[in-house]
Design a protein around this ligand. Structure first.
Ligand code: PEP
Length: 252
């Protein structure tokens, strides 16, 4: 099974309007036949980014959504609002949302439901803390995050989900998981998906790795059997690093 690679840049709370315009104009140069390239700017820059990249193949996605369609949720953004400006994919469950904004599995499953009900695609993030790994709980944690977050979906709904495995201890730390740890976990995730949804869906689902991916380690990580690309934080803010990571996903 040949799955298409994805390289998605999560800009987090970085880049004001001018900086975003500059970065986007550099990214327009990126071309990669075999890779779906995505960027996730902040909410304030989504409309501009999507308009600027209209004629490019780069997809603009959001970093989060709220689980309700509309209402008294000050400061929040719904799936319906995103769709109205042409954003069709959202990251859900990033470890920073789980950690700093207390997003529980229950909240995340509601966000997933909202995305699915609105026909949005999802990049669903999962990952263990270092203490979980040191206590050999990492497989259990990943299993429960998937079970509680997305495994309630029906098969046809699950097809709109991409999984991003991001060990929390590797995010923004420069401490990348090693190839063995990455492949082992990705295979575990694919097998869980197989048990829940069968062979075909498990062979088609794209599982991204995230956690200090850089141009220097991208090729090795992307060459692993069950790795279908990456979710990139820090390195996505630099056009040359990001385009070199895309090149690595495209086959060097
Ligand atoms: C992320 O936040 O999703 C991430 C992978 O960050 P970084 O690449 O900076 O580790």
């Amino acid at each position: 099974m040949k799955r298409k690679k994805i390289v998605a840049g999560n800009w987090k709370m970085n880049m004001n309007l001018v900086e975003s315009k500059n970065l986007i104009s550099d990214l327009k140069e990126i071309s990669a036949e075999n890779v779906d390239v995505k960027i996730a700017p902040s909410f304030t820059n989504l409309y501009m980014a999507n308009s600027s990249l209209e004629s490019s193949k780069i997809e603009v996605v959001s970093q989060d959504i709220h689980h309700e369609q509309k209402g008294a949720y000050t400061g929040e953004i719904s799936a319906e609002m995103l769709l109205s400006i042409g954003i069709e994919t959202s990251i859900i469950g990033h470890s920073e949302r789980r950690k700093y904004f207390n997003e529980t599995d229950l909240i995340l499953s509601k966000k997933v439901n909202s995305a699915v009900q609105n026909s949005m695609k999802i990049i669903f993030c999962i990952g263990e803390e270092l203490s979980d790994r040191n206590n050999s709980n990492h497989f259990e944690i990943i299993k429960s995050q998937l079970t509680n977050g997305v495994f309630h979906l029906e098969s046809k709904e699950f097809k709109s989900v991409v999984i991003a495995y991001e060990p929390v201890w590797a995010i923004g730390t420069g401490m990348t998981a090693n190839s063995h740890q990455i492949q082992e976990m990705h295979e575990f995730i694919r097998n869980l998906i197989k048990s829940n949804y069968g062979v075909e869906i498990s062979e088609n689902v794209q599982i991204l790795y995230g956690g200090s991916v850089k141009p220097t380690n991208a090729e090795e990580i992307f060459s692993l059997k069950d790795v279908d690309g990456g979710l990139i934080g820090g390195a996505s803010l630099n056009s040359s690093d990001f385009s070199n990571i895309v090149k690595a996903a495209n086959g060097g």
